[in-house]
Design a protein around this ligand. Structure first.
Ligand SMILES: N[C@@H](CCC(=O)N[C@@H](CS)C(=O)NCC(=O)O)C(=O)O
Length: 206
């Protein structure tokens, strides 16, 4: 399999899952500065121009973080990346969807790509401020849910890989103080060998 990723992008969460699974795969960096995601070599695989993109062994391509994470968990059941029970699975998916669809797409994207929300440069500061509010509110909400827990849905699951990437963005990119339960979760994630290998390979510091 081949994971197309960009260093420090949301794909870092899927990269962590690939390392947790521990089966052979190739990780190929996509250079956003060179806009490689819009060039034919990439768009013929994923016309959405987004990472993570997973090219599977049969050549088929899977996109969208939650779908890739879910498929990886279901196709490697021995790794126990999803709880067994319906309630646990639903909670893991609930948290993962909130991270990707709200904290990332509605919050973080406004901060780093305000032009995608408002064409006029004079509006960009307001868009960024709104993004920061959504991002912080999202983290605060998940912080409450993490009280007394080591991982999102009991044991480590795909939801933790999603939470990890927004914690990474908050801490390393936005230089913000994470709320206490997320800070502890982030430290727990940074201590995992799979996470350490990924940060090294992507040239990042947690
Ligand atoms: N909904 C997508 C979001 C993926 C996404 O936004 N990826 C960003 C990096 S964090 C990207 O590839 N951006 C490239 C671009 O928009 O040009 C998912 O869940 O995978």
């Amino acid at each position: 399999m081949k994971l197309l990723y960009s260093p420090g992008a949301c794909s870092v969460g899927i990269h962590v899952l690939m390392e947790e699974i521990g089966k052979p795969y190739e990780a190929q960096a996509v250079n956003f500065r060179e806009r490689e995601q819009y060039q034919p070599a990439f768009t013929e695989k994923n016309p959405k121009s987004k990472v993570p993109t997973l090219v599977r062994d049969d050549g088929s391509v899977l996109t969208e973080f939650p779908a890739i994470a879910f498929w990886l968990a279901r196709s490697n059941p021995e790794k126990k990346l999803l709880p067994d029970d319906a309630e646990g699975q639903a909670r893991a998916l609930e948290a993962m969807d909130y991270v990707v669809a709200t904290i990332h797409m509605q919050g973080f994207t406004r901060i780093f790509r305000p032009e995608r929300f408002a064409p006029s440069a004079s509006d960009h500061d307001a868009v960024k401020a709104q993004g920061r509010e959504i991002f912080e509110k999202g983290l605060a909400l998940l912080d409450k849910q993490m009280a007394g827990k080591e991982y999102v849905a009991g044991a480590f699951s795909i939801a933790d890989a999603a939470l990890f990437y927004v914690e990474f963005w908050g801490s390393a990119r936005l230089k913000m103080e994470l709320p206490p339960n997320l800070k502890a979760h982030y430290q727990r994630m940074l201590a995992r060998p799979a996470v350490q290998r990924v940060l090294k390979e992507e040239g990042l510091q947690g």
